[in-house]
Write a protein that binds this ligand. Structure first.
Ligand code: NAP
Ligand code: MG
Length: 478
């Protein structure tokens, strides 16, 4: 069934009649096919979503919507191991990561299911004889375009809040990793959503994705992916005077002050860049280290980096392969250019013995003394490449941390409480962690960026506001 699309509560072949290969990044071999959906399929899906929104789905109470969502959470939890195996094979990520992803995917449906009937409005004091109500309503039909790095999590992150507030949705998963979206759509079907509430159309970004982003029948678009495509999405939305939320990645810093406790900082700094092979929007891809501890800290960091092990999803080591040959080559190009610029390599991990041939592997690399104007200090690599950068004092740290085109997340490591607050307030980004770092974590926590990292917020209750519109009702009863 992976070669069909899910539209109007049924599985069907795409209008093109064509399929695309599904490849396992661990060995580069094809193991399934997906449907090549396109503009006609998007038309059908948007029409079905509109019917659901104006019909049976739109008529459910918030409590009823919430109950359905919570049932999806239970289904995902029940099928967690099957889904994790599928996700690991489709994306190459280590099984333990895929298992953690399924816990989070289920949690999105639990969280928003439980929140669905807690969206309260306001009463505004106005003129004598008037009552003014402010209510939050669904936008209508949402177009949800997600990337390949955390497909099942992204399914929950983008659909659960949209559905919780009463929208119907059309999802376009990334061509490289669709399988868990299709499987969770089946689980949603079993739960019994009215037909058309959730539609999943697989296909190419420039075909199915572009058709969805530019569709006149879509009321709101939620996109996660590259800044380049984010720009296209926003332009397509502008043509229809339509809002969108864009989450476009980052170059997030971890700032380590001289009083930080090394033993608690080191494992988190390593994990924040190697988790999911560095293919995480909020990856901690820069580590800024106070000059007085720079040599000592980087020596210990290098030791840990060199010990990292890279293998297939089944080997379940620290790092899996990257998603595709294109991404592997892109990361390799960054590493090659940095070496050519004589930026010192402080450590490089090795591929584990027995790694399957044909996979898209990239060994984690730690670069030191990265110049601030080099692309490694300001552009997103989206691979396991960490840039160590020294700083002099607090003001210098803040300047460097904020000195990229991105602004998604930041980590601050210091035991000085007043410094924690000063630096946290000075960060120009959407999420700040102090003495910890939650790359990709925290369903409850509003998440999103500024500048080239995008705009709007997902996760937390904030996402439900994003997926709704405010209506003001003014009643003259004087
Ligand atoms: P991408 O092209 O931006 O893909 C993201 C999503 O947008 C996918 O579903 C993609 O579909 C779709 N898409 C592509 N072109 C489209 C178009 N013209 N109109 C509408 N939708 C379109 O990202 P990528 O090429 O896979 O990755 C490239 C870089 O993006 C990475 O190296 C990384 O820097 C960044 N990235 C960031 C995140 C994040 O979490 N913020 C996630 C992934 C990638 P198809 O995949 O089917 O083409
Ligand atoms: Mg795949």
């Amino acid at each position: 069934m992976t070669d069909q699309i899910y539209v109007d509560g049924a599985w069907r072949r795409p209008a093109s009649g064509e399929t695309l290969p599904v490849v396992c990044p661990s060995d580069g071999k094809e193991f399934a096919r997906i449907a090549r959906g396109g503009a006609k399929d998007i038309d059908a899906a948007v029409a079905a979503a509109r019917r659901a929104y104006e019909g049976p789905w739109g008529k459910l109470t918030a409590l009823e919507r919430g109950r359905l969502l919570m049932k999806v959470g239970v289904k995902i939890a029940e099928h967690a191991e099957e889904l994790a195996q599928l996700e690991a094979r489709d994306t190459g990520k280590p099984l333990k990561q895929a298992r953690a992803d399924m816990v989070a995917a289920a949690r999105y449906f639990e969280f928003y299911g439980a929140a669905a009937d807690k969206v309260h409005g306001e009463v505004i004091p106005f003129l004598a004889g008037y009552t003014v109500l402010v209510k939050h309503e669904a936008r209508g039909v949402t177009g949800n375009i997600i990337p390949w790095n955390y497909p099942a999590q992204m399914f929950g992150r983008t659909l659960a809040p949209s559905l919780a507030v009463g929208n119907a949705a059309v999802l376009k998963p990334a061509e490289e990793a669709c399988l868990t979206s299709l499987r969770i759509a089946q689980l949603c079907h079993e739960v019994g959503f009215p037909p058309g509430t959730i539609n999943v159309v697989t296909g190419l970004g420039e075909e199915a994705g572009a058709a969805l982003a530019g569709h006149p029948g879509v009321d709101f678009v939620a996109f996660t992916g590259s800044p380049q495509v984010g720009t296209l999405i926003q332009k397509a939305c502008a043509d229809h005077h339509r809002a969108c939320v864009l989450e476009l990645g980052g170059k997030s810093p971890q700032i380590v002050f001289e009083d930080a406790k090394f033993e608690s900082v080191l494992p988190v700094v390593v994990n924040a860049i190697v988790q999911n092979g560095g293919q995480t929007c909020s990856a901690g891809s820069r580590v800024l280290i106070q000059r007085s501890i720079y040599e000592r800290f980087t020596a210990q960091l290098a030791e840990r980096f060199a010990r990292l092990r890279v293998g297939s999803h089944e080997m379940d080591l620290d790092c899996g392969p990257l998603i595709s040959a294109v991404q592997r080559d892109r990361v390799a190009r960054f590493v090659r250019d940095a070496r050519a610029a004589r930026i010192p390599v402080l450590a490089e991990a090795q591929l584990a013995p027995g790694v399957p041939a044909g996979g898209y592997y990239a060994a984690p690399v730690l670069f030191g003394n990265v110049p601030l104007d080099h692309e490694l200090a300001c552009e997103e690599v989206f691979g396991p490449v960490l840039s160590a950068i020294p700083f002099e004092d607090e003001a210098d740290a803040i300047r460097i941390a904020n000195g990229t085109p991105y602004g998604l997340a930041a980590g601050i490591w210091t035991t000085d409480g007043t410094r924690q607050m000063r630096v946290a307030h000075a960060m120009r980004c959407g999420q700040v962690f102090v003495n910890g770092y939650g790359a990709g974590g925290g369903i409850e926590l509003p998440f999103g960026g500024i500048k080239k990292s995008g705009h709007g917020r997902e996760k937390g209750l904030e996402a439900m506001r994003e997926f709704s519109v405010v209506k003001t009702i003014v009643i003259n009863h004087g």
